[in-house]
Design a binder for this molecule. Sequence first.
Ligand code: SF4
Length: 233
Amino acid sequence: MPAPNSPKTRLPPRKRITSAKARSAAEIHEIFSRFRQARPEPKGELDYVNAFTLLVAVVLSAQATDAGVNKATKRLFSLADTPQKMLALGEEQVRELIRTIGLYRTKAKNVIALCEKLIAEFGGEVPTSREALESLPGVGRKTANVVLNIAFGEITHAVDTHVFRVSNRLRIAPGKNVLQVELGLEKAVPPEFGRHAHHWLILHGRYTCKALRPLCETCVVADLCDSPDKRVA
Ligand code: SF4
């Protein structure tokens, strides 16, 4: 019997899977220049009053719309804008206040556990490192990226469904999964656009480059787009 990996047992080489080619640096610069021209100061659409409430809002926004989260957090944050106040409110009341948001039971549990950890290990402050943020209950890589970017001004690229779609359609950072796209954006986005790139991509995806019927007639980068999903010549 031939030994494993001997020439006789070796499998034929797998067909190489190629992904869409990324654009040139000049084209990417042009795309972000136009985004900047259209929205010089892009902002996220989640309401918050400080780093802590931003963190909670982002945790609550998983699989929920920003508008839906804002509706629930208006009252929640008026009662509790610090981990101490949130703990005083208690899980049951947090759960009641956010019950219009999907997965509210798990999210209420996570928010309370997150507050306990913030107080026990971080002096009640939102930590500024990715590692510490990702150690918090309910906080994954995307949430950490949003908080690092918005609250602490770091150049990070949180990849949600909109960023993923637009990055692929425009070939700014083609990728088959969110991590590939995030790492592609890190390389592709020129530093001068780094701080706001995440918001430009989200807003473009949410309002123009929609999943099902992109509004290509009003798209500011239509002439640069060669996506098969494009709906104008
Ligand atoms: S032309 Fe259409 S598909 Fe291409 S980026 Fe613009 S909205 Fe999206």
